[in-house]
Design a protein around this ligand. Structure first.
Ligand code: PMP
Length: 367
């Protein structure tokens, strides 16, 4: 067999959450919405499917960009649509980071540093490794707050600093002042807002419009709050120079006609989003209260999920116990996090019935 690049050969396979394709599961493991997407989005997808599928989609995604820009009070040239926000993360690395392999255009040959807090979304590291860029985790303190000595050090060297707000798996929301202190000296702070709508859809906007705005990128996805994980559409919001550079790197038709049509219609329905977010927040509180009554310690969360630990530390046992009963949650074990919990469970906010089923099974667990 032809060998892949050494950086790829060395890579461990990325392990996203389990995605059983059949029914019969209470699926609380990958932070999807438990409800269907906005009817207007489904209708727009149907219409697009019956219309012009023989033609390529708009490579600039203009209608989508206009709608997304309106939502944030920006201009369309501040927006780049992506095949899910994961594609935006990839594009950022491909656009801004020199790799460390033999064909690198890096003057030092070491590549550009990519950083993220730890623990966080593990894809950042994987993407850095694929691109053969150095990666540095910045360990958070045990309470998920920043260790400023570590931040000051990494800020001087990072080209991209990926920071999800709310963070995953913890749900932590850092305020704007704290986020402003994370901007690299000569790089971009990428505020990954996959879960921003559950807290405040405008999260990070004041930094983007502020004096250091040229160093800020916001990402958004329609996979979570809009119930469109299956459609694959997200976007970046950044200064036009940043967007223009990324647009050179993306595939011409990175977003298909259905995704652009459905995504545009979804973003055009703010009342639907408002109602949905309200329902998820109310259910999140019920989940938190139910877990607390079973003895769990639950982290404050701004997302559509909660991270919890139990004093008896039988987290893996509970994960397995639930899975045997066709309830999927996410088990996290953290390596190289000296100050923090060794492991815990992340549970997506589901429907009322799903929360009830989860809590009923957890109450039966005896280890
Ligand atoms: N960022 C974070 C923090 C996430 O949890 C996810 C979902 N796995 C994503 C980005 C990517 O979402 P998508 O590609 O579906 O937009």
């Amino acid at each position: 067999m032809v060998s892949p690049r050494p950086a790829v050969a060395a890579l461990a396979a990325y392990a996203p959450g389990e995605q059983p394709q059949g029914g019969g599961w209470v699926k609380l493991n990958t932070n999807e919405l438990p409800f269907p997407p906005p009817p207007a989005a489904v209708e727009a997808i149907r219409k697009a499917a019956g219309d012009r599928l023989n033609r390529y989609p708009d490579p600039t995604g203009l209608a989508f960009r206009q709608t997304a820009a309106n939502r944030l009070g920006l201009k369309p040239d501040w927006i780049l649509p992506g095949n899910g926000s994961d594609e935006i993360l990839t594009l950022l690395i491909r656009t801004f980071c020199r790799s460390a392999d033999g064909r690198s255009d890096s003057p030092t040959g070491t590549g550009d540093l990519i950083a993220s807090p730890h623990p966080t979304y593990t894809l950042y590291r994987t993407l850095a490794e694929i691109q053969n860029c150095p990666f540095e985790p910045v360990p958070l303190k045990g309470d998920w707050s920043w260790d400023w000595d570590r931040v000051e050090d990494v800020k001087q060297r990072a080209k991209l600093f990926f920071v999800p707000v709310p963070n995953s798996p913890s749900g932590t929301v850092w305020d704007a002042e704290t986020l402003g202190r994370l901007i690299p000296d000569d790089g971009l702070l990428v505020l990954d807002g996959a879960y921003a709508d559950f807290e405040d859809g405008h999260l990070g906007l004041e930094l983007l419009e502020g004096p250091r705005g040229e160093s800020i990128v916001l990402t958004r996805t329609l996979s979570k709050s809009y119930g469109l994980a299956g459609l694959r559409i997200g976007y970046a919001a950044a200064r036009p120079e940043v967007i223009a550079a990324m647009a050179k790197v993306k595939d011409s038709y990175n977003c298909d006609a259905l995704a652009l049509a459905g995504g545009t219609a979804a973003l055009n329905d703010p009342p639907w989003l408002e109602k949905t977010v309200e329902a998820i927040r109310a259910e999140r509180q019920r989940l938190i209260d139910g877990l607390a009554s079973l003895g769990f310690v639950v982290e404050p969360s701004g997302g559509n999920f909660v991270f919890c630990t139990h004093p008896d530390r039988k987290h893996k046992g509970r994960f397995d116990f639930l899975k045997e009963r066709r309830i999927l949650v996410r088990y996290f074990a953290f390596t190289n996090w000296p100050d923090g919990t060794p492991d815990g469970l992340r549970i997506t906010v589901g429907t009322k019935e799903e929360t009830d089923a989860l809590l009923a099974e957890l109450a039966k667990f005896s280890g």
